[in-house]
Design a protein around this ligand. Structure first.
Ligand code: 0RQ
Length: 507
């Protein structure tokens, strides 16, 4: 395996995960690699969790602050959460054990735009980074690092942390070498320069990560797979959402607002986003590009059938079938996929310049177009805002999509007022449910409400929404964005109390 470690100095630092984890002490801020279940360290966090467990048994407190690129996996988030080893987590998670603790109030979580994380670290907003734990696919003769299946914030972690622990994972395909573009041109205000990325396939950086060898305290060899969770097969609702979106894109082409080449696609996480990508393949498009943050299975399919010419992202998020497909055809994908640091994959300047078509999932939207991507009933976190805000605010088009109901039809995805706001009405151009697509561009608030209720709401909830809106237009405090404030959040309260947004009499 040490052919992956081609620099003698790093070979000398090879050690066990347990010894490496000893560099991490209670109270430290530890920056780890990992983005949507790809490229996260697999051995050191588990060894650390074992140490935390020992400390717990001895009645000592051992908790650390954990920063990553985005979500990781049971071996990192799960292992540390289960032993109560984290006091703070940022910037994104999707792990059941972490979610449970955040919602129980025993783990603090800072949910921030993914493009902000690296610069906030540079600005000093997170304090000192004590240790970086970063998975790589190899170490070159010159001491530079071959990045793994995600780049995330690794450049920043390696530069900012006092000490570095590397995990060299031989499970990662050696052919990842050359797929990355690590930009080293960022500076701090007021010395920033334009980022000269004009096309999704432009290379503006280096294929590898730099690290100061003097900071590397341990190198741990691993051979372990990424998370690779399976996607649900596209259901009828997802297929209909994809259908509405495809009709909309054709309509935009007919109107001359898009060409058959579209614009670079961004597609969010989750089952719906994955299904929509599958639907795009049926639209007859060829030679498109993606400028996105995550490559899900759907995107591999689009690359394979030529719908996509290339895709730029910061990470993979593949199912077991997807990873098998990728590994079997790695040379094909190598020339078509570029992985960048998340501050570049999600950079507002670049997204605005390229004119991305941003397509993200949501928990709920309100009749005016405010979107909640993160919280159930305003209080319980699901995952996090991730990169959805980076793309929605800056894209050429911002689309949010969801089935019109959740929880077996008891909960409406369209509500009078969202219980938590991630994307304001100013950032939402298009809402899509299986019922239909509401194009909100150029509409004033009351026009938006009419359109959303008519096209997106489920027929079971449409009359209730219409009734709310009619009464708000009659009795509201103002007629720009009419609301009945005492009632606006009552649907959520009813769901908390009864499990359903339906009125008790019909529930
Ligand atoms: O719950 O998992 O218990 O069954 O939310 O919902 O319908 O399967 O949708 O997988 O597409 O995820 C917004 C969470 C959608 C995702 C969200 C419950 C529902 C189910 C999942 P179960 P679906 P998806 C860039 C983009 C934010 C980050 C982002 C997300 C679960 O898209 O995390 O966009 N987005 N990043 O039952 C109660 C409602 C509900 C509800 C859904 N109204 N009330 N429960 N659910 N709507 C990528 C990155 O940033 C990395």
């Amino acid at each position: 395996m040490s052919e992956r470690i081609r620099h003698p100095l790093f070979r000398d630092r090879i050690t066990s995960a347990a010894e490496a984890a000893a560099a991490i002490r209670p109270g430290m801020t530890v920056a780890m690699s990992g983005f949507t279940g790809a490229g996260y360290p697999k051995a050191v966090p588990q060894a650390l969790a074992a140490r935390v467990e020992q400390a717990n048994a001895a009645g000592e407190r051992f908790r650390i602050k954990v920063l990553t690129g985005a979500s990781t996996a049971p071996e990192l988030d799960g292992a540390l959460a289960k032993v109560e080893g984290m006091e703070l987590r940022l910037p994104y998670q999707s792990d059941p054990a972490v979610r449970e603790r955040i919602n129980a109030g025993t783990l603090d979580y800072i949910d921030i735009h993914l493009s902000h994380v690296a610069q906030h670290a540079w600005f000093g907003f997170f304090g000192k980074l004590d240790v970086a734990v970063v998975e790589v696919a190899g170490i070159r003769e010159d001491g530079s690092l071959v990045p793994s299946s995600s780049v995330g914030n690794n450049k920043t972690w390696l530069e900012q942390a006092d000490k570095v622990i590397l995990e060299v994972n031989s499970w990662q395909p050696a052919a990842l070498d050359g797929m990355h573009d690590v930009y080293y041109g960022t500076a701090l205000p007021p010395h920033r320069k334009p980022i000269l990325l004009e096309h999704p396939d432009d290379r503006i950086g280096e294929p590898s990560l730099r690290v100061d060898p003097d900071k590397v305290v341990a190198v741990v060899e691993t051979h372990a797979p990424d998370r690779n969770s399976a996607f649900s097969p596209p259901d009828e609702a997802s297929r209909r959402i994809a259908g509405h979106l495809l009709d909309f894109l054709s309509h935009e082409i007919d109107r001359g607002r898009l060409t058959r080449g579209l614009l670079p696609l961004q597609s969010g996480v989750g089952n719906i986003a994955n299904a929509v990508l599958g639907g795009l393949a049926e639209g007859g498009y060829q030679g498109l590009t993606a400028y996105t943050e995550v490559i899900q299975d759907g995107m591999l399919e689009l690359l394979k059938n030529g719908t996509l010419r290339m895709a730029s992202a910061t990470s993979f998020s593949l199912s077991p079938a997807g990873i098998e497909e990728f590994n079997a055809n790695v040379d094909f994908y190598r020339s078509r996929i570029l992985l960048r640091p998340q501050e570049i994959s999600n950079h507002p300047e670049v997204i605005r310049r390229l004119g991305c078509i941003a397509m993200n999932g949501m928990i709920e939207a309100d009749i005016y177009g405010n979107v909640n991507s993160t919280h159930i009933a305003g209080s319980r976190i699901m995952n996090g805002i991730g990169g959805s805000g980076d793309f929605a605010r800056n894209g050429y088009l911002s689309v949010f999509m969801s089935p019109s109901t959740a929880r077996g039809g008891q909960v409406s995805g369209i509500v009078p007022m969202v219980s938590h706001v991630d994307h304001t009405e100013h950032d939402t151009m298009v809402l899509v449910t299986e019922q239909g697509l509401a194009d909100l561009r150029g509409l004033a608030p009351r026009q938006r409400a009419k359109r959303v209720i008519e096209t997106c709401a489920h027929p079971d909830f449409r009359p209730m929404l219409q009734d709310y809106f009619d009464r708000a237009c009659r009795d509201g405090h103002g007629m720009h964005t009419p609301h009945l404030l005492g009632e606006a959040l009552s649907w959520h309260q009813r769901m908390v109390e009864t499990g359903s947004m339906r009125p008790a009499a019909t529930g």
